[in-house]
Design a protein around this ligand. Structure first.
Ligand SMILES: NC(=O)c1ccc[n+]([C@@H]2O[C@H](COP(=O)([O-])OP(=O)(O)OC[C@H]3O[C@@H](n4cnc5c(N)ncnc54)[C@H](O)[C@@H]3O)[C@@H](O)[C@H]2O)c1
Length: 464
């Protein structure tokens, strides 16, 4: 048994990044992970496998919809589902093995198994109790359950996001419950692979919390791609028959009850923090009323020597937010000044087109008391997007009308998830819309649309 400076519990993006940074800062570090592979939900059953399926299904969509228009003709491409799942598995394995390599490189011990905390400074894995000066909880989250809906990933009929990444076959029809990030990314995948997809959403809009114009445009584009939406509908339950499920929902406007049948139902109604298997209750670690681990601004819980980061603490459930917190808490534990700017955390939906945002929405900026100016630029005016046949969408930049300081940016369009970082950097440096507008952007790139939106905050965009 060895004594560590830090034991991190959970090797997802929050936990493994924390372990690496702490080791780089000279601490003796171990990370406990009970899965067969490192990387947590993100690498194993989240961000990474879903991106492989999104990429493959996007390629298929391009061959069917746009290849002929570009003069690429020939035999029609077909889907080999087993092969596609292998490609997904190889993508995952490459990444999880990469983390294992980084652990070895940084001399981090991987304690294989599920951890329980016996007391502050004592972490039990299997039959061994390891001593440590500090503990970081990075236990992540799991899909929330919905009353009346029994998920069974083995049969592949009513599944959560994990089951939807490994369906036994491509269903002919799919009902997605919840028009959030998971529902729309995976709904898009199966729609492109040939399923009739209907999304049932409780709210009257899709992607809750996003800028209203983005919500509208994004729904329009997805509808054009073949997805159907039933909004303002509360799902009451599912029943499973022979190879099919029936989803029952009530429309909020008149309480009328309806049902739809589908070969597969994806439940994507949010995730909840995973905090129930490490013994926090016995230690007296305080939780919030929504079940997250309560922390102060240095990620410390109320029990000395125990910190928490990532999906198990309040804030957006995003891998990159967890990574930032992982680095910051490692610095705090090493006696430095870890910091996360929660005002500049981008969000991306990896559909085609992508949707990306950072900072305040127009409504939130006004609510916060800003007089705002809006610069909007459509991708129809962007040469590169047109050449790529992806000119649906726009960039919307929000700046303070008095100071010109950039407050937020919302993009629906090609490469949105990459382009948003220009605005993240601008916001980190307190830039004005004019700063962005005066920065030379290479032509022809989709990023020119960001500059045009910034120009539209001033004397006007050029290409509209
Ligand atoms: N690309 C990414 O960044 C990415 C990808 C996947 C997941 N995530 C994160 O994972 C978390 C979970 O994602 P998610 O999409 O499951 O949750 P979400 O909270 O984004 O969306 C869930 C949706 O389900 C709806 N809903 C809830 N109960 C319902 C009911 N009974 N009937 C109909 N609709 C109902 C909600 O109104 C909401 O719109 C989120 O925090 C998300 O940010 C992020």
């Amino acid at each position: 048994m060895s004594t560590y400076d830090l034991i991190v519990i959970g090797a997802g993006p929050g936990g493994y990044v924390c372990a690496i940074r702490a080791a780089q800062l000279g601490l003796k570090v171990a990370c406990v992970e009970g899965r067969e592979t490192l990387g947590g939900t993100c690498l194993n059953v989240g961000c990474i496998p879903s991106k492989a399926l999104l990429h493959a299904s996007h390629m298929l969509h391009e061959t069917h919809e746009n290849f002929d228009k570009m003069g690429l003709t020939g035999a029609k491409v077909k889907v080999d589902w087993e092969k596609m799942l292998n490609y997904k598995a190889e993508t995952v394995a490459g990444n999880t093995k990469g983390v294992e390599f980084l652990f070895k490189k940084n001399k981090i011990d991987w304690l294989k198994g599920w951890a329980t905390i016996e007391a502050a400074g004592k972490v039990k894995v299997g039959d061994t109790v390891h001593e440590t000066k500090n503990i970081v909880l990075a236990t992540g989250s799991v899909p929330s359950s919905l009353p009346g809906v029994d998920v069974d990933n083995d049969t592949g009929i009513v599944v959560d996001s994990t089951g939807a990444l490994a369906l036994p076959k491509i269903p002919k029809s799919m009902v997605v419950i919840g028009a959030g990030v998971i529902g729309l990314e995976l709904g898009s995948v199966y729609s492109r692979l040939g399923a009739e997809v209907t999304v049932v959403e409780y709210l009257d809009v899709i992607t809750p919390g996003m800028d209203a114009e983005v919500q509208k445009q994004f729904q329009k584009v997805l509808t054009k791609q073949g997805l159907k939406f039933v909004l303002g509908a509360a799902v009451k339950g599912t029943s499973v028959g022979k190879g099919k499920a029936t989803v029952t929902y009530a429309l909020k406007k008149d309480d009328s009850e309806h049902s739809i049948e589908a070969e597969c139902v994806l439940v994507a109604t949010g995730r909840r923090p995973k905090v129930d298997n490490v013994g926090l209750d016995k230690l007296g670690v305080e939780l919030t009323d929504r079940g997250f681990v309560k922390i102060d601004k240095h990620w410390a819980t109320n029990v000395k020597g125990i910190y928490a980061i990532g999906d198990c603490v309040p804030g957006p459930m995003l891998a990159h937010k967890a990574e930032d917190e992982g680095m910051a808490v490692a610095e705090v534990i090493a006696g430095k000044h870890g910091h996360v700017n929660y005002d500049v955390i981008p969000g991306v939906i990896y559909t085609t087109p992508e949707v990306a945002n950072v900072g305040l929405t127009e409504a939130a900026a006004k609510e916060a008391g800003h007089k705002v100016k809006i610069g909007k630029f459509p991708f129809m005016g962007n040469a590169r997007a047109k050449a790529m046949m992806q000119a649906d969408g726009f960039v919307k930049l929000i700046a303070d009308a008095e100071t010109d300081r950039v407050l937020g940016c919302h993009i629906v369009g090609p490469n949105a998830g990459e382009m948003i970082h220009e605005i993240c950097v601008a916001m980190e440096f307190g830039a004005s819309a004019e700063d962005v507008a005066l920065t030379c952007h290479a032509h022809p790139t989709t990023s020119e649309a960001v500059r045009e939106a910034a120009l539209a905050c001033g004397d006007g965009a050029i290409h509209v």
